[in-house]
Ligand binder design. Structure first.
Ligand code: B12
Length: 491
């Protein structure tokens, strides 16, 4: 029997086939410290197997609790379904992860949830499980919110875990063969196993839309030595070669990146990896070092530009000068590193002029290089962010209960009362450029030709301010219906 049940709820009604799947590092991290303390753990990942039978079997064995990891948006819907089911077996329901951390009060108020763990859970959760085992009063555990009779009790924050001392990640608790993907930006179908690993936490920047825990502006990272040892162990045990570093900012310390690159070469590790970094970091790197990073295995980069308008970038506190984009693009192109530009539209202070600047920049980048991808997503105002308050000031209703967060989404069809009507209409008509710019569209016949023609037409429209006779939208919509409907995301 497992002492503790850890659950990753699914995120969509039907998991899109072309979404890469990474092992649930959030739950595996929790499992590592539980196992170190002698508890047994069972992980159920509903993104991989939507199997309530498995859940029922485990619940009948009466684990000490069921812990669910939840991010804001549609996952809340499925996490609530599971929680209701778990409560039916009289097993305590614990929620942790990004959403409960960012909005612990509305989360704990939900009747299906007993305890919320805030922030990094490795040690808090072990403590909690020990208390549940002995049926002790939870008051003394730091970092939680829980219900006691009719009262809601919140305890103080614990110290952050020392990442260097965290135990090995027990990937053997999941069937790694089921986690197929490719490094972020190469389109499926996926054949390779992609292992996720986190090597640092936090980010020093303060972008107002970023949903990261605001207590973590101080960057903490494990040593390059530890990353290399972990990689070597994983390669030995699982014969994996592709890694996805899920850090917010893998390159938070240049000294560490240099040591990491040096050690990969020294140990002759034949791996590829994806790692998040910032445009500023890439812009500051000399081409020689970037080449070494590529040789170490960095095959792809996502360039989060967010907006083609410097005014918007300044308003959202993004430390990025648009002048640096061509510098970065040229370097990546010269070294043949795949790259993908990500833009956001829908900031509450955005005007049509700003929106058009973003479109023109995305179009320019798409036309410059056939291999690149660009997407324009809608702003999803996340709990705890400054941008959420700005959206509320412009008409978004403040969530009053946990379920109100379910529709928070980057999908254009989701409700967004803070965005001006003309911007929504523009996006509805011309979002095809973003869809064509994405990796999935690599599977559309003549993708490059389509990107070229549609991008040029749209560029002409924006420059000449001419929007009549929009046959592209009709063409695009009919073509879309011919493509594989399995890829449609249904919440
Ligand atoms: C990998 C990743 C994904 C993966 C997997 C998501 C997942 N379930 O983890 C995919 C690609 C699917 C994804 C999708 C999205 N993501 Co994402 N993603 C990440 C990323 C890069 C890493 C997450 C991670 O693995 N971290 C490492 C682990 C160890 O940390 P952790 O998850 O926080 O877990 C720790 C604690 O939270 C806690 N904990 C976690 N779970 C539990 C459970 C229990 C019981 C307990 C006690 C504790 C606990 O303990 C863990 C160990 O310390 C983060 C950015 C980041 N670096 O954090 C964004 C991030 C999580 N994503 C985010 C967003 C917004 C999205 C999307 C909405 C984006 C989109 N365009 O649609 C979608 C969500 C889709 C949906 N419908 O729900 C936001 C979440 C904000 C929020 N309030 O929820 C983040 C923080 C990015 C950001 N800075 O804005 N994402």
């Amino acid at each position: 029997m497992a002492d503790v049940l850890l659950i990753n709820p699914k995120q969509y009604k039907r998991e899109p086939e072309k979404n890469p799947k990474f092992p649930p590092i959030n739950l595996l991290r929790l499992a590592s410290t539980l196992i170190e303390d002698g508890f047994s753990v069972k992980i159920i990942d509903f993104r991989i197997e939507n199997d309530y039978n498995d859940l029922e079997r485990e619940l009948k064995k009466k684990p000490l609790c069921a812990g669910l990891s939840v991010v804001t948006g549609s996952q809340i819907k499925y996490a609530l379904e599971i929680s209701r089911y778990v409560k039916g077996f009289n097993v305590p329901v614990v929620w942790g992860g990004k959403h409960p951390t960012a909005d612990p009060y509305l989360t704990i108020k939900n009747r299906h949830i007993d305890i919320v763990v805030k922030g990094e859970g490795e040690y808090i959760f072990v403590e909690l499980v020990k208390y549940l085992e002995k049926n002790k009063d939870l008051n003394k555990i730091k970092g939680i919110i829980f219900k006691k009779n009719t009262k809601i009790i919140e305890t103080s924050n614990p110290p952050l875990p020392d990442l260097e001392k965290l135990p090995d990640i027990p990937y053997n608790l999941v069937n790694v063969n089921k986690y197929k993907g490719s490094l972020h930006i190469i389109p499926g179908p996926f054949k390779k196993i992609l292992l996720s690993l986190d090597t640092s936490r936090g980010c020093p920047y303060k972008c107002t839309f970023c949903a990261s825990d605001k207590s973590k502006h101080k960057w903490r990272g494990v040593s390059a030595n530890k990353i290399i040892n972990d990689i070597k162990n994983i390669v030995d045990k699982f014969k994996v070669k592709d890694f996805m570093f899920v850090d917010e900012n893998f390159c938070g310390s240049h000294k560490r990146v240099k040591e990491f690159v040096y050690l990969i070469k020294k140990e002759r590790l034949d791996i590829t990896f994806y790692a998040n970094t910032t445009v500023n970091y890439l812009s500051g790197l000399d081409i020689g070092f970037l080449k070494q990073l590529k040789e170490a295995g960095m095959s792809d980069q996502i360039i989060c530009v967010e907006s083609g308008s410097q005014r918007i970038l300044d308003l959202i506190n993004k430390p990025l000068r648009l002048e640096s984009i061509p510098r970065v693009t040229n370097k990546l192109k010269r070294l043949d590193i795949n790259h993908y530009y990500s833009f956001i539209i829908g900031f509450p202070y955005e005007t049509m002029k700003d929106v058009k600047k973003t479109f023109l920049l995305a179009i320019k980048l798409l036309l410059q290089n056939k291999q690149i991808q660009a997407s324009i997503l809608k702003l999803a105002p996340m709990p705890g962010t400054k941008v959420l308050e700005d959206c509320i000031a412009k008409g978004l209703e403040r969530p009053k209960k946990l379920q109100d967060w379910i529709n928070t989404s980057t999908i254009w069809e989701s409700p967004s009362p803070w965005i001006d009507k003309d911007i929504l209409l523009f996006m509805k008509r011309y979002k095809y450029i973003s869809i064509l710019g994405l990796s999935e569209s690599y599977h559309i016949p003549f993708r490059n030709l389509l990107v070229y023609s549609f991008a040029n037409v749209l560029k002409y429209r924006i420059k000449k301010d001419f929007y009549r006779f929009n046959i592209e939208e009709k063409l695009y919509n009919s073509a879309k219906n011919l493509t594989n409907p399995k890829n449609l995301i249904e919440v």
